[in-house]
Design a protein around this ligand. Structure first.
Ligand code: ATP
Ligand code: MG
Length: 274
């Protein structure tokens, strides 16, 4: 981990990128978790972020979405610098990441989980309840309708009134994705969305990603370890090792890249000694 990571691409404007990450660093004590990561995400793409365990993928997600403050570097989203900005501000700009559902939300019906995830509800402003009750009601029914539509997309309609805490792990993952979509994001970041869910649900999730990209132009960046999923369901692949981006390209290009093979071989050797 101490050796400086393979050089990442030189700092340059990746023209037209929806998300541009340029020379980002983040350390925890003596661990350089993200070590000069540089890459761009094209609008309307489905990009897989891959790399061995501990490569810094999740940390990079946290820095990009504002949940961790990066040490240095630049992150531009949709033409605006968002580096070290607050998570809520970044989410408002249209970059959303999925999260586990917290305990309090588990004690709430699925439909309420969905409705709470909608931005800018007039009922949130107390004065609106008094001054514009009609507007509150119509926005609420609009949000309810949007929620039910998304639940239908994810085969969760019959669970709308169930407590979120009673859902299976896979159903929760779908609910997480459905909730994230309530905010109508431009870019959705998913950290191992397929992990721990059955293959049928996993396939549905992937199909939804393709459909949302096609119909709504949503851009996706997802972390994934399953190479078959990466090869079949992404247009672009970004490969991280030791905190830096060591390769980038179309799935078939990175698969044969010697640096990528070496990075994974290194992991296998480490694993076999532990
Ligand atoms: N909050 C933290 N505090 C201290 N060290 C951390 C923290 N988060 C991550 N790390 C360390 O930073 C490095 C990168 O971890 P990270 O979780 O980003 O890797 P990853 O690529 O997501 O790995 P995996 O594929 O196993 O999920 C690791 O050495 C990890 O132990
Ligand atoms: Mg991770």
């Amino acid at each position: 981990m101490s050796s400086p990571a393979a050089k990442s691409a030189p700092a340059q404007a990746r023209n037209g990128a929806l998300l541009d990450v340029d020379g980002v660093f983040k350390h925890f004590g003596g661990i350089q978790a993200v070590n000069g990561a540089t890459f761009g995400i094209a609008p309307g793409s489905i990009t897989a972020l891959i790399g061995p365990n501990g490569a810094g993928k999740t940390t990079l997600f946290n820095v990009v979405t504002g949940f961790y403050k990066g040490d240095r570097g630049a992150v531009t989203f949709d033409g605006n610098s968002i580096f070290r900005h607050a998570p809520y501000e970044i989410a408002q700009r249209g970059m959303v990441r999925t999260f586990q559902i917290t305990k309090s939300l588990a004690a709430m019906p699925v439909i309420d989980n969905m409705m709470l995830a909608a931005p800018d509800q007039p009922g949130e402003r107390f004065m609106n309840l008094i001054v514009r009750p009609g507007a509150v009601r119509s926005r609420e029914s609009e949000v309810r309708e949007q929620s039910m539509e998304l639940l239908e997309v994810f085969n969760l309609t019959q669970l709308a009134n169930a407590y979120a805490g009673t859902l299976s792990g896979g159903q929760r993952k779908l609910l997480e994705l459905a909730r994230a979509l309530m905010a109508r994001p431009k870019l959705l970041l998913l950290d191992e969305p397929m992990a721990g869910i059955n293959p049928t649900l996993g396939k549905r999730l992937l199909e939804h990603m393709q459909r949302l990209r096609k119909e709504q132009g949503v851009t996706f960046l997802f972390i994934e370890h399953d190479m078959e999923v990466v090869m079949n369901h992404s247009d672009r692949v970004v490969v991280m090792a030791e905190g830096a981006v060591i390769a980038e390209g179309e799935p078939h290009e990175v698969r044969g890249d010697q640096r990528v093979i070496d990075a994974y071989l290194g992991e296998t050797q480490e694993d076999s000694t532990t």
